[in-house]
Design a protein around this ligand. Structure first.
Ligand SMILES: Cc1cc2nc3c(=O)[nH]c(=O)nc-3n(C[C@H](O)[C@H](O)[C@H](O)COP(=O)(O)OP(=O)(O)OC[C@H]3O[C@@H](n4cnc5c(N)ncnc54)[C@H](O)[C@@H]3O)c2cc1C
Length: 269
């Protein structure tokens, strides 16, 4: 079914002011052995993130360059030569504009500027973020909701699960390293949550999630599916849902949050 102005299931798209923010780390907590929760405070004026699939850009500056905000020109942020940071996408897990706070959850996967930053961060450190530049809010007008993801999608899936109203039917299937990485969520929704543990299988190079979905009996009715995590997994699950399980492709979003073996490889849109 195609999206029209009158389609009650059409996503509501919005743009936000593009702005860089200099934040200070106020707390670091390992909520599970491989998931580091980093709380930050600073200029959050005008920050908006109405959708669970939103992301901010986190900036990681070269060694010796102090994190700082720079003017935004027609071609984006204007960094001095040699000062251009690496950028990675993260989900605003919690935020409070009045209090000037935001919380990000980082998977400690062991490689890359972002994971390395998170592995050694301490309170008082600075982080520059930008965005979200836009949001796509999925209305709560579907018969049920399917969430499929790996641990990088836990922050988005957690937000989704917590925001569904009472009586919504939600099926969530989430791949993590092992039982110690499983998180619980508060929700009013009718939630069926299944964790798939890799238990030593490699991250991003297995078919555990796909096989789990294939074997599942799913509810009746029109569903919205959000799939997020390693890119190839995401595409394979989307393909299965649309070609073998009767999902409407308009209502299946498959986001590549990372790609095995490739740095900075997100495909969020
Ligand atoms: C919309 C969106 C929201 C996201 N939200 C979050 C979030 O809230 N929390 C979060 O932790 N991640 C999140 N991610 C994923 C995160 O941006 C990527 O994992 C990113 O690649 C991490 O950057 P890095 O510098 O650590 O590694 P990179 O420099 O990008 O990659 C280095 C190497 O590590 C591998 N790699 C990257 N991520 C992983 C991983 N998770 N496990 C194993 N190997 C990996 C790459 O394949 C590459 O070989 C999100 C991505 C998107 C697109």
């Amino acid at each position: 079914m195609s999206e029209t102005a009158t389609d009650p299931r059409a996503p509501i798209r919005m743009r936000h002011e593009t702005r860089m923010r200099l934040l200070e780390v106020t707390a670091v907590e390992d909520i599970t052995p491989l998931m580091r929760r980093i709380s930050l405070r600073g200029d959050m004026e005008g920050f908006a993130s109405p959708a669970y699939a939103d992301h901010i850009k986190a900036f990681f500056f070269p060694k010796g360059v102090e994190p700082k905000i720079v003017p935004i020109g027609p071609r984006g942020a204007e960094f001095a030569p040699g000062e251009r940071p690496e950028m990675r996408d993260y989900t605003p897990r919690y935020f409070n504009v009045e209090a000037g706070t935001i919380v990000l959850d980082f998977v400690l996967h062991g490689d890359g500027p972002s994971s390395s930053w998170a592995a050694q961060v301490t309170t008082g450190d600075k982080l520059v973020i930008g965005g979200p530049r836009g949001s796509s809010v999925i209305p709560n007008t579907f018969d049920w909701y399917l969430l499929v993801g790996d641990e990088t999608a836990l922050p988005a899936m957690g937000r989704a699960i917590e925001q569904y109203p009472a009586d919504s039917k939600v099926v969530a299937v989430i791949e993590v390293a092992d039982a110690a990485e499983e998180q619980g969520f508060d929700t009013k929704a009718d939630l069926a949550l299944t964790y798939i543990n890799r238990n030593g299988a490699p991250a991003g190079n297995n078919t555990l999630l796909l096989e789990a979905i294939k074997a599942m009996q799913l509810p009746e009715g029109v569903a919205y599916a959000y799939i997020a995590g390693e890119s190839r997994m995401s595409k394979a699950v989307r393909e299965h849902l649309t070609s073998e399980r009767g999902f409407d492709p308009e209502y299946v979003k498959a986001a590549g949050y990372w790609l095995l073996g490739v740095a900075d490889a997100q495909e969020p849109h």
